[in-house]
Write a protein that binds this ligand. Structure first.
Ligand code: CAA
Length: 297
């Protein structure tokens, strides 16, 4: 079965990026949000990104119009009944994901493939809660979705081989590179990335270096595109705390434990770029490190 009609659940940071790349690759794309305000915000972000691409000479105005023409938004779950593939990118909460998949299970034909962009929850648990566990895979995209070239495709012990191959082929149609991974918490990227960024927070807590120095160290010493604390601000401190908690629950290892500073920053509303403050303050023209976070009284 060739996948041509895609349904994306959620039009937030990840969902809007996923919907954009699907529409940009010529797939008829329908994206769902819980209300019109959030939907307009998400679609507005896509439009802004595409306009930025035109300004940078990365795509033509005709490409942008074609992409927007392939993209529609809805707040009605029933509208997704004709989709070949569902990609879920709603809030990282097992109950919320199970609820939406439960409803779609009765709306979509048996052939529709279900997938989740979860970065920490179990694909097996989600798949097993539906009536189509063999037609369920993990499709894990990276932030910012339109620029990051990788998608992790995760199977479970319940996944049909043909469905897995169709998912791999679909990722190819998006112009992304698919890697195969099994449904183990964190897959490959986050299993390696999460302990690294949590350790950067611990290094800051322990006074090994200041915010800017830790970031410069990994950028210039290892050639990483951005430092770990800048990356944390991009991913979101609240999201990272949640992922750390799920990983720690699974592995019970210190390297996955959420550092005290990160927890307190989340409690204080320092969620990263999305709230305008995290390890850096984003209110001015250029980000300024919040050195007071570890300063003395
Ligand atoms: N449309 C089209 N292209 C655009 C664009 C737009 N609106 N905006 C930027 N670009 C292009 C630029 O033109 C540039 O292209 P070239 O390389 O051809 O010149 C490229 O994108 C990079 O853009 P910038 O020069 O503006 O920015 P940058 O060089 O600072 O790179 C970045 C930005 C790609 C985000 C880079 O810093 C990076 O790769 N950071 C690491 C991100 C990362 O690690 N993400 C994973 C997070 S973990 C995750 O997501 C998983 C999870 O589960 C938590």
């Amino acid at each position: 079965m060739a996948i041509s009609k895609v349904g994306v659940l959620g039009c937030g940071l990840m969902g809007s990026g996923i919907a954009q790349v699907c529409a940009q690759s010529g797939h008829s794309t329908l994206v769902l949000e819980v209300d019109q305000k959030l939907l307009d915000k998400g679609l507005g972000n896509i439009d802004k990104f595409l306009r930025g691409g035109v300004e940078r000479g990365k795509l033509t105005a005709a490409d942008r119009d074609r992409t927007m023409g392939n993209l529609r938004g809805t707040t009605r779950l029933e509208d997704l009944a004709d989709r070949d593939l569902i990609i879920e990118a709603v809030v990282e909460n097992l109950g919320a994901k199970r609820e939406v998949f439960g409803k779609l299970d009765t709306l979509c034909p048996a052939a529709t493939i279900f997938s989740s962009n979860t970065s920490s929850l179990s694909i097996t648990e989600l798949a097993a809660s539906t009536k189509r566990p063999s037609r369920f895979v993990g499709l894990h995209f990276f932030n910012p979705v339109p620029l990051m070239k990788l998608v992790e495709v995760a199977d479970t012990i319940l996944t049909d081989r043909k469905v897995f191959d169709e998912a791999l082929a679909f990722v190819g149609t998006l112009g992304k590179t698919a890697i195969r991974t099994r449904d183990k918490t964190g897959f490959i990227v986050n299993r390696l990335l999460v302990p690294y960024i949590l350790d950067a927070v611990r290094a800051l807590e322990e006074g090994v270096g200041a915010i800017k120095d830790i970031d410069e160290a990994m950028k210039l010493g290892c050639g990483y595109p951005m430092g770990p604390l800048t990356l944390l601000d991009l991913v979101g401190l609240d999201t990272t705390e949640h992922i750390a908690n799920v990983f720690f629950e699974e592995f019970r290892e210190r390297r996955f434990a959420c550092p005290a500073l990160l927890r307190r920053m989340v409690l204080a509303g320092f969620h990263g770029r999305k709230t305008g403050k995290g390890f850096y303050d984003y209110s001015g023209a250029t980000p300024v490190p919040n050195d007071f976070l570890v300063g003395g009284a």
